[in-house]
Write a new protein. Structure first.
Length: 94
C-alpha cells in the first residue's frame, strides 16, 4: 500500500504546499459546480479532504517524528471530517 501511495506523497514542504493549493482549487471547483452533481461526488470530496488533512499532519505537524500517542490522537481527529462527509453523502443519496 505504501508503494501505491508513494507518487501522492510530496518530498518536501514546497511540494506539499503546491499539492494543498491544487486540492483546494479542486474542492472549490466541485463546490461551485451545478446542483445536478452525481451522489458519488461527496465521496470524492471526502477523499480530497482526507488527503489534505494527511498532508498537513505529515508535513507541517511532522507526525512521523511525534510520539505514538500524539500521532494516534491527530490521526483520529483528522479522520472525523472525511467520515462526516461520507455520512452526509450517504444520507443525501438515500
Amino acid at each position: 500500500m505504501k508503494r501505491l501511495l508513494h507518487p501522492l506523497n510530496p518530498r518536501n514542504v514546497t511540494q506539499a504546499w503546491i499539492a494543498l493549493v491544487i486540492i483546494t482549487v479542486a474542492t472549490a471547483g466541485i463546490a461551485v459546480a451545478e446542483r445536478g452533481v452525481p451522489p458519488w461526488v461527496g465521496w470524492v470530496v471526502a477523499a480530497l479532504v482526507a488527503w489534505k488533512a494527511w498532508l498537513v499532519a505529515d508535513h507541517y505537524l511532522e507526525l512521523a517524528d511525534a510520539a505514538r500517542v500524539f500521532r494516534r490522537i491527530v490521526l483520529a481527529f483528522i479522520s472525523l471530517a472525511p467520515l462526516a462527509l461520507v455520512v452526509a453523502a450517504w444520507l443525501q443519496s438515500r
